[in-house]
Design a protein around this ligand. Structure first.
Ligand code: FES
Ligand SMILES: [Fe+2]
Length: 331
């Protein structure tokens, strides 16, 4: 049945993954409020490291993100000044005499796992099933990388990840920029699922900007989408390799934020801005389409929505993987 609502959407299994929620540079002297999987969080820097708490003071439920970071690296609530140290333990209740502090044992902020990698802050709300995703091209001296925060979208993160596996949209959503003009037929390609990653591989003659080539060249494409919605595109052409990393911050079931990293070992004299300008042409085209999809989350049951065998093989594999690994109806 095709439906507009992701009724019964269950975000709980997604709590067991690392998710990017902010850039490291956004978290400086003041607390920063973010939402992850519908849960309000506060990020702050203590002793150089970023910490993440539930954005809620246990005293009266005030948002800790309205408070401030003290010189000794604590987060202080703006309402009655309770101070929480880097681990979330309340270390001061100012309404009590300094020499007779009686701090209840339950006076603790809820602290979550938090790591900084790739210039981003990653948070896991429960014990993560796997480490922060790898993007080896960033450290590869042969490759040059740029990255960009691409803003917030009114759609679930998995809709964007699945779009990376969707070849049939290229001619329609990105005409003249991606795809094969005049030939909308998708030839069979290899798809496999291995250890929580969907791999899609195919080789085709590609024109112009799709592969950042001047003319037509034969390009080996590999698309990987790993649990739950990080994608990597690898284009191996005659001149070199381009990789694109798509990261998604699942704000809630209706919204996500996007980062894109792009690396290349060719065209090193070409200014990054040319590649960024190209991305800036593509992303608004996808935005309008993906934000229009209902429900905002991907229904993983294959009886929902309709699929065609060849063109949708990547998406079918992705939905199968999500269903198997997460056991929920919508992701
Ligand atoms: S509500 Fe936070 S200190 Fe009272
Ligand atoms: Fe697209």
């Amino acid at each position: 049945m095709v439906t507009q609502m992701s009724a019964g959407a269950d975000l709980a299994p997604l709590r067991r993954f690392w998710h990017p929620v902010a850039e490291s540079s956004w978290v400086e002297d003041s607390p920063v409020a973010v939402t992850l999987l519908g849960e309000g969080l506060v990020l702050f820097r203590s002793g150089g490291a970023v910490r993440c708490f539930a954005d809620l003071c246990v005293h009266r439920g005030t948002r800790l993100s309205l408070g401030w970071v003290t010189d000794d690296g604590c987060l202080q609530c703006p309402y009655h000044g309770w101070k929480y140290d880097a681990d979330g333990t309340c270390v001061l209740i100012p309404s009590q005499p300094a020499d007779a502090q009686r701090i209840p044992g339950r006076a603790k902020a809820v602290a979550y796992g938090c790591e900084e990698r790739y210039g981003l802050v990653w948070v896991a709300l429960e014990d993560p099933l796997k480490p922060v995703p790898e993007y080896p091209w960033l450290d590869d001296p042969e490759f040059h990388t740029w990255s960009k925060f691409c803003g917030i979208r009114e759609a679930g993160a998995a809709r964007f990840a699945e779009n990376a596996l969707d070849l049939a949209h290229l001619d329609f959503v990105h005409p003249g920029l991606l795809g094969s003009p005049g030939d909308t037929v998708i030839e069979p390609y290899d798809v496999e699922i291995d250890d929580g990653v969907v791999y899609m591989r195919y080789t085709k003659r590609s024109v112009g900007p799709e592969t950042f080539a001047d003319g037509v060249e034969t390009v080996r494409h590999e698309i990987r989408v790993e649990m739950p919605y990080t994608f990597t595109l690898i284009f191996r052409g005659e001149r070199g390799t381009t990789t694109i990393w798509g990261l998604h911050h699942p704000i809630d079931e209706h919204r996500c934020a996007l980062w894109r990293y792009e690396s290349r070992n060719h065209s090193l004299d070409t200014p990054d801005q040319e590649f960024i300008d190209f991305l800036d042409l593509l992303l608004p085209q996808d935005k309008d389409i993906i934000e229009s999809q209902r429900p905002h989350m991907v229904p993983v049951d294959l009886t929902e929505e309709l699929h065609v065998k060849v063109a949708d093989a990547g998406a079918i594999a992705y939905r199968r993987m999500l269903k198997e690994e997460l056991g929920v109806a919508y992701v």
